[in-house]
Design a protein around this ligand. Structure first.
Ligand code: GDP
Length: 298
């Protein structure tokens, strides 16, 4: 939790400190207070829709519980945020094994790094993990994934640059079966600028998995860069049009004041936030814990 809190310092500074300052000179819970809170949340990347929902719930709770002390507002706010996040969180631990995870996301969001950290995390939990370098578009992506495989001590299946991603996945599945791997994590190119290609590529990969690995528990994770704030939300919506995303990984929450976007994303997309990145180290990808997150920013 300390690591999380430290990583979220900047977000905490914009949300918590402003709320504290506001409440410290507020004497009554009135319209002006709600408006000020609304402004703090909107300017902290929580997004207009999500902010409206939070404030509406706050009004309801204040009324229901007959709260008249502004000092108590913070605790209510924290509860509401934790509840919104809780509806949309799910562990990265597979419901059954073997499992196969597909990871998508545009270049630079932290996809490769997150796969490496995720492999490390799952290995620590006792699972046998394997990586498939199905982002064959750039040679650097294959090399970088290999570095992470070594770092986290897991096997990797790779082909040459430009190879068919579905063929990499096919080979990886055979190897995973032979080596009794619990979780196979597939990196993909995720070039959103060419939606048709991306869709076709993912469809091919999924077809191979359906055919060759029917018994596997399947999930598709989307990696988003939290420092891009509300843009991350738009990117997610685009990906949802082409891929059956059912888990989110939000990176670079350390060093950004835009951590509020996590609440916005969880609320608007109805996709569970699974892991969050709070640093560049191998241990800096944590399972998402709604209550701890709310505690760290407020
Ligand atoms: P990809 O192009 O999406 O595969 O992105 P990379 O995995 O290569 O990551 C791009 C950069 O973001 C690298 O320098 C990573 O170290 C950095 N990065 C990824 N996740 C985090 C994070 O949670 N925190 C910080 N501070 N940096 C991160």
């Amino acid at each position: 939790f300390e690591k999380l809190k430290q990583g979220l310092t900047k977000t905490r500074n914009v949300i918590n400190d402003k709320v504290d300052a506001l409440l410290s000179f507020t004497k009554t819970i009135d319209e002006e207070l709600y408006e000020e809170l609304e402004e703090i949340l909107i300017t902290s990347d929580v997004g207009v829709n999500t902010t409206m929902k939070i404030i509406e719930q706050l009004r309801k709770k204040v009324k229901e519980n007959r709260v008249d002390d502004p000092a108590k507002v913070k605790e209510l706010l924290k509860q509401i945020i934790a509840d919104i996040l809780d509806n949309e969180s799910e562990s990265v631990i597979p419901k059954s094994i073997p499992a196969v995870y597909i990871v998508v996301g545009v270049n630079g969001v932290g996809k490769t790094t997150s796969i490496g950290k995720m492999a490390h995390y799952l290995k620590q939990k006792g699972y046998k993990v394997m990586l498939a370098a199905a982002d064959t578009f750039r040679a650097a992506a294959i090399d970088q994934l290999e570095v992470w495989a070594r770092r986290s001590g897991v096997d990797i299946i790779k082909h040459q640059e430009g190879a068919d991603p579905a063929a990499v996945v096919f080979d990886a599945i055979q190897a995973a079966k032979a080596r009794k791997v619990d979780i196979l994590i597939c990196d993909t190119a995720g070039r959103l600028h060419n939606k048709k290609n991306l869709m076709e590529e993912l469809r091919k990969i999924n077809r191979i998995i359906e055919r060759e690995y029917q018994e596997a528990y399947k999930r598709t994770f989307l990696v988003l860069d939290a420092t891009t704030g509300q843009n991350a939300l738009n990117q997610a919506k685009e990906f949802m049009n082409v891929a059956n995303v059912n888990g989110l990984i939000l990176t670079k929450l350390d060093g950004t004041a835009k951590g509020g976007v996590v609440i916005s994303i969880a609320n608007e997309l109805n996709i569970p936030v699974t892991m969050i990145g709070v640093g560049e180290g191998i241990d800096d990808l944590q399972e998402f814990n709604p209550k701890e997150f709310a505690d760290a920013i407020l």
